[in-house]
Ligand binder design. Structure first.
Ligand code: EPU
Length: 421
């Protein structure tokens, strides 16, 4: 088992570069299953969710070749329609994109229920509803796996109205509809940048998708897709995590390879808290000199404040003057990290999906656990701000989604290292 040790108290200073987006990477990787040709994907983050996705693709017959760092060639011409090993599927959330991809390509699919971070119940009823609208019979009666079959042998385009805004449901519906007969219109679609990225990738392969980035997406089914070379967008959550790390350590970070527009909700709240954020074409410069002001935040689907920044911003709210309120409108059980943060001195009361945070905390070093991916990122930020040595167990969660985070933080002045026990 690996853990991370941080000797906190140093301000982060210098330039740090953001990698490709995890949640775009996993969507695009599974979407390559639709392409009977070679795709070259660039700016792929070196994270375990990407490694597992590539393992899954290989296990069903894709030829995967690592060209160089962050560049992979994927040839899905000879992919078979059998299910990948269950233990791989269960290691990550995004393996449920296999359902859309297999249904789109083969007209049938059978997969194990996906894994992923534990935020309480993570239903997939909207995915099932979308596949049903596209003409699939979906069997969810078994506890261990989901099976789906296109009633006419192939999916048929149709209207899909999501009852709630779902990122994964929107992605799965797009993947399934690309090769369907006829036109699909998705209403109440999620608008996240990774949905736009997936649509851009598929359009480059010959798909006909319009409206991605709005809540109404139109997909005209095409016969076949061809290969392409595609570079993924930068990870806005990784960028946001570094922005908060700069603010928490009273540092000054030039955060490179970002799309500042994707960061607007985060930038707005940091500015409200008294952090300075200067925007450039593809970078932001984040610095803090004065005290932090308290703030109220409600997480929302994009372009609202992202739930995947909930634990990290909570660290900063703990350090601010006064009382802050953080409400998570996406995941009811996202506050499992609070108990860990309390070991470092945080004063937080959680009630349902709301956290009341008393400010003025000077974090003290402690031995804590990463309870999930973003929770682990929050522990790192608190450890960087604390005086003394913080130890973080279960670091593998962080490696699911942050590319070389130890090396990147060391290069800007953090005393952080990974040790194997
Ligand atoms: N929901 C339903 N039914 C569904 C699908 C979702 O009720 O069929 C509900 C969920 O319970 C939740 C809300 O809708 O309350 C949003 O869920 P969504 O489907 O958008 O989440 P997801 O696709 O499972 C992705 C990211 C998460 C991120 C959420 C929200 C991937 C692989 N995961 O999950 O990322 O928190 O969107 O933005 O893209 C992370 O990166 O740390 C992470 C957890």
């Amino acid at each position: 088992m690996e853990k991370v040790m941080i000797d906190g108290g140093s301000a982060l200073e210098g330039k740090i570069t953001v990698s490709g987006m995890k949640n775009a990477a996993v969507a695009v990787l599974f979407a390559t299953l639709l392409v009977e040709d070679v795709c070259i994907i660039e700016n792929l983050p070196n994270i375990s969710d990407v490694k597992i996705s590539l393992e899954i693709l290989k296990s069903v017959g894709a030829q995967v070749e690592q060209l160089d760092s962050g560049r992979v060639s994927i040839d899905c011409r000879y992919v078979c329609d059998y299910a990948p090993p269950e233990e791989l599927e269960k290691k990550m959330r995004a393996s449920y994109y296999l359902l859309g991809a297999y249904l789109g390509r083969f007209g049938h699919a059978a997969i194990a229920y996906p894994g992923g971070c534990d935020f309480g119940v993570r239903p997939i009823d909207q995915h099932v509803k979308a596949f049903g609208a596209l003409g699939a019979a979906v069997d969810t009666s078994r506890k261990d796996r989901i099976e789906a079959i296109a009633r006419e042998g192939k999916l048929r385009g149709n209207a899909i109205f999501f009852d709630c805004i779902t990122v994964g449901g929107t992605i799965n519906a797009i993947i399934a509809a690309v090769l369907a007969n006829g036109t699909t219109e998705i209403e109440n679609a999620a608008r996240e940048p990774h949905i736009v990225d997936l649509a851009n990738f598929l359009n480059l392969c010959g798909a006909s998708i319009s409206g991605a980035g709005t809540d109404s997406i139109k997909i005209k089914g095409v016969e076949k897709l061809h290969g392409c070379t595609y570079s993924l967008v930068p990870d806005m959550i990784e960028a946001g995590t570094f922005m908060i790390a700069a603010a928490a350590t009273k540092g000054r970070l030039y955060i490179d390879n970002v799309i500042p527009e994707h960061l607007e909700a985060i930038t707005a709240k940091l500015t409200e808290m008294g952090v300075e954020v200067e925007e450039f074409d593809d970078a932001v410069l984040v610095s803090r000199k004065g005290e932090l002001k308290c703030v109220n935040i409600r997480t929302k689907p994009y372009p609202g404040f992202p739930t995947d920044m909930n634990p990290q911003i909570a660290v900063l709210m703990c350090m601010a003057d006064g009382e802050s309120e953080l409400v998570d409108n996406i995941w009811g059980n996202r506050f499992r990290y609070v108990e860990e943060l309390k070991r470092m001195g945080a004063q937080i009361t959680v009630s349902g999906n709301k956290a009341n945070i008393s400010g003025g905390t000077s974090f003290c070093a402690a031995r804590v656990r990463a309870v999930d991916l973003r929770a682990g990122a929050a522990m790192i930020i608190a450890g960087l701000a604390a005086q003394g040595r913080t130890e973080i167990d279960d670091f593998f969660y962080v490696e699911r989604g942050y590319d070389n985070i130890i090396e990147k933080l060391r290069a800007v002045g953090a005393n952080i290292s990974k040790v194997c026990r």
